[in-house]
Ligand binder design. Structure first.
Ligand code: HEM
Length: 160
């Protein structure tokens, strides 16, 4: 009888520990992902309650907490679900600027981009990954210029 009770207690206790371990594991490991254009498009704020992501300079930010800016019908919704580097650099919502292409941007626009990237996005939103085009070259080979350690919230050891 006593043994049966001990076994029962042990079983309850181990389940509790297992759940704790799971919780700890869950909260400490935030996987950083590689996003193709198609994958990133799924996080465009169109579905209520789903995370909202956008990329700048190939860094994918979780901007869900800014849904008053980025959610469905919000003023900057056009920027999300994609890499909007050019739009942010030019402070433009013109569809032709909703791209990662920085060709021909002025010195002033590049400086402004850097300011918003550091001062708003990196300061305010968690990084959840990188766009495939930042990490890989067009032929699929690794982009050697990519330096994950430059990103403060990026855990190089865990991910590479
Ligand atoms: C009439 C024109 C505009 C006005 C009055 C305006 C106003 C504002 C204001 C007041 C904020 C700060 C909100 C806050 O931190 O609480 C803001 C943030 C921002 N604006 Fe605009 N804006 C305008 C146009 C644009 C355009 C064309 C873009 C195109 C990219 C843009 C991109 C942004 C971004 C990326 C933020 C940061 C949002 C964040 O904190 O996540 N804005 N804007």
């Amino acid at each position: 009888m006593a043994t049966a009770r001990s076994l029962l207690l042990l079983a309850v206790f181990s389940t509790a520990i297992a759940q704790d371990v799971k919780l700890i594991y869950k909260s400490s490991s935030k996987p950083v992902r590689l996003f193709t254009e198609e994958e990133l498009r799924r996080f465009d704020g169109s579905q209520e309650g789903h995370p909202i992501y956008m990329a700048i300079k190939g860094v994918v930010f979780d901007v869900t907490k800014g849904k008053e800016f980025y959610g469905k019908d919000a003023p900057y919704n056009a920027l999300v679900g994609k890499d909007s580097t050019r739009a942010v650099a030019k402070m433009s919502l013109d569809p032709s600027d909703l791209t990662s292409d920085t060709t021909g941007l002025s010195e002033e626009e590049l400086e402004s981009l850097e300011g918003v990237f550091e001062g708003t996005y990196k300061a305010k939103y968690p990084i959840v990954g990188y766009t495939a085009s930042r990490i890989l070259n067009e032929d699929g080979s690794p982009n050697k210029e990519f330096k994950p350690e430059e990103q403060p919230r990026f855990q190089v050891k865990e991910e590479f």
